[in-house]
Ligand binder design. Structure first.
Ligand SMILES: Cc1ncc(C[n+]2csc(CCOP(=O)(O)OP(=O)(O)O)c2C)c(N)n1
Ligand SMILES: [Mg+2]
Length: 629
């Protein structure tokens, strides 16, 4: 008997296939794709574009304003869904495709699934070179889409329509794999998209991808339990994996039983929601004094779902105990093996449950418990102090409001059912220290790639994934200027997010960093070029962000006081579309760093005295960096 077939174009078959994919974890099943974003050009309009039109009832199409942004939206959507759902993204060939590369890198670095479908040059080649085609004198099998290879976890190019029969299942496997997840790129030559093929009907059967909860090796678990029992100063680092695996209850049970304190990475904040007496807050370069002191003296660090970036480890200076050991719970072997950890390869929730049984009856000593309680209480008091501080003494103010005070007000107004979204600038560091996440989904930071421009696009993805939540995008003026156009998309889709723009006239974060490497803020402020000096040190440039947002259809305003901010935040709740609130904040009022450090190399030779001084300090600080072998 010959198998039943369906005659479709490759693009139609691809879209139909995507509508049939589902995921399931803990018995809860849902569609893998929540829709497809795309910007059409000659590389996809007649292929995927036409297929989407035919499938518009079961695959909703969304029109964003920029291809990079749509990938951020997809990644934020996936992250909010704990990687169980995502969005697909279609682009034309050439610039539309390469615009997605930053988004792909961000998704892959954050281990978040996104499906990217860039158009590609003709597989048939006859009309070559086509508009926007990259030519190579050494090969005809090269296009700009090859640039996606290093930033994708799966990459393919479809030269014949039947290739999707084997490619798509592999692409889905990678997208839904807890350990391999990231950007999946399938480049679609524009001619092949429109070619017909008799596809096996079975390709379009509903397919459920079951997300496993892998359990760790039994012997290693026993070894880990022995390390925990022997440890006098253990510390947990909760990373994004703890949230993706929905391990909060397991983590709480584990620490309630053992008394082990929990510090957090940017992706892991809220894994153990506040208020819990064992939350020590952010750890590492942007960490709290409590977490950083605990890390400094820890003899055992239990890492739960973190890739241990340099921000988390303070460039490998955070852990100074002579005999410090690491246990790393992670679905990915790559991450689990870092810092010569005892690797517990498996799902965070499952492994924590197993580990808890193995350390039954064990609790940290009274003295350590008292130290943890004292440090946590002192940190809470420090947060209150920083948030009520007016502005840095002595330095001229650009605003009477400090960033910390605005954060404190937001903290006061927002509830456990709200989510803040942020990615780059000085906000992530301040939030990592100051924010109290009262729910595992309250704090959405893209800090794997820290990609300026993620914020508003990401906020849209978060709101699409969790329409029941209030979504608050916190964004610097620099990031806003890089990618604000998705406000128009939010207006179009009537997505009611609130965007708070922190206007400090340039790059406060990199300005501060520039100061610390001896360069005095060179190139980090928005100023006119001065006719006298020829440099960018003329008058301050001001941008009317509220007018800009209003021009796209958002409800927008600028506030000068905390009271006005409070009432505008309340008003935003009544809007059916996006609201943008611009808040001027003082550039020089910074939240300090708490006994932490970040390795940013300083010029080894320079005629500038400040640079020479910074280099000397750098060389001293770097000596604290450790190898964990
Ligand atoms: C796409 C991108 N380009 C450059 C950087 C480097 N960078 C990190 S923070 C920053 C400045 C951000 O300025 P703003 O959004 O105003 O935040 P602020 O530092 O003032 O808080 C820059 C340029 C980046 N992270 N992402
Ligand atoms: Mg700024």
């Amino acid at each position: 008997m010959t198998p039943r077939t369906v005659r479709l174009t490759m693009a139609q078959a691809l879209v139909r296939f995507l509508t049939r994919q589902r995921t399931s974890r803990d018995g809860r099943e849902q569609p893998l794709f929540g829709g497809m974003f795309g910007i059409f050009g000659h590389g996809n309009v007649a292929g995927i574009g036409q297929a989407l039109q035919e499938h518009r009832d079961d695959m909703r199409y969304y029109l964003p304003r920029n291809e990079q942004a749509m990938v951020h939206t997809a990644a934020a959507y996936a992250k909010m869904h704990n990687r169980l759902r995502t969005l697909a993204c279609t682009s034309s060939i050439g610039p539309g495709a390469t615009n997605m590369i930053s988004g792909a890198a961000a998704a892959t670095i954050n281990r978040v699934p996104v499906l990217l479908l860039p158009g590609d040059i003709f597989a048939g080649r006859r009309p070559a070179p086509v508009l926007q085609q990259l030519e190579s004198s050494g090969s005809q099998d090269v296009s700009v889409n090859d640039c996606f290879k290093p930033v994708s976890r799966y990459w393919d190019r479809i030269a014949r329509p039947e290739q999707i029969i084997t490619s798509l299942p592999e692409a889905m496997r990678v997208l839904t794999s807890p350990s391999e997840s990231g950007a999946v790129t399938i480049a679609l030559p524009q001619d092949v998209q429109a070619e017909a093929f008799d596809y096996p009907a079975a390709l379009f059967d509903t397919r459920v991808w079951t997300i496993p909860r892998a359990r760790a090796d039994r012997e290693r678990l026993t070894e880990a339990a022995a390390l925990i029992r022997a440890s006098r100063r253990p510390l947990i680092i909760a990373g994004g994996g703890a949230i993706y695996s929905e391990a909060s209850a397991a983590l709480r049970a584990f620490v309630d039983q053992t008394g082990i304190p929990v510090s957090e990475t940017q992706a892991g904040k809220g894994a153990l929601p506040e208020p819990h007496p064992l939350v020590a807050g952010g750890v590492g370069a942007t960490g709290t004094l409590a977490a950083n002191r605990l890390a400094h003296d820890a003899d055992l660090v239990i890492v739960v779902g973190s890739r241990l970036s340099d921000f988390t480890t303070a460039s490998k200076t955070a852990f100074q105990h002579e005999q410090v050991r690491f246990i790393s719970i992670n679905v990915s072997e790559l991450d689990a093996g870092k810092h010569a950890a005892l690797p517990l390869v498996g799902d965070a929730r499952a492994v924590l449950e197993d580990l808890r049984e193995l350390v039954a009856g064990h609790h940290v000593g009274d003295e350590y418990a008292a130290t943890v309680a004292r440090l946590a209480a002192a940190w809470r008091a420090e947060v209150d102090r920083v948030c009520s501080e007016r502005s840095t003494d002595g330095t001229p103010r650009t605003s009477s409001l400090t960033q910390a005070a605005v954060i404190a007000l937001l903290q006061d107004v927002l509830t456990a059912n709200d989510t803040i979204v942020c990615a780059a600038g000085s906000l992530p560091g301040d939030l990592h220290k100051l924010w109290r996440a009262t729910d595992p989904k309250a704090y959405h930071l893209e800090y794997g790639y820290s990609c300026m421009g993620y914020e508003i696009a990401g906020g849209i993805g978060v709101k699409m994934a969790a329409p029941e939540r209030g979504v608050y995008v916190l964004i610097g003026d620099g990031s806003y200027l890089m990618m604000a156009q998705e406000i128009a998309t939010a207006v179009q889709e009537r997505i009611p997010i609130t965007v708070v723009v922190f206007d400090n006239q340039g790059f406060a974060s990199i300005g501060g960093l520039s100061g610390s490497v001896g360069s005095g803020g060179f190139g980090t402020r928005y100023r006119y070029r001065s006719a006298t000096t020829g440099e960018l040190d003329g008058d301050l440039l001001s941008v009317d962000f509220a007018a800009n947002a209003a021009s796209m259809g958002a409800c927008a305003c600028r506030v000068e006081t905390l009271d006005a901010l409070r009432s505008q935040l309340a008003a935003a709740k009544r809007e059916s579309g996006p609201t943008v609130i611009v808040v001027p904040v003082d550039r020089e009022s910074r939240v300090g760093s708490y006994e932490s450090w970040w390795d940013v190399p300083v010029a080894a030779v320079s005629t500038m005295a400040d640079v020479q001084r910074a280099r000397t300090e750098f060389e001293t600080a770097r000596r604290k960096e450790r190898d964990f072998l």
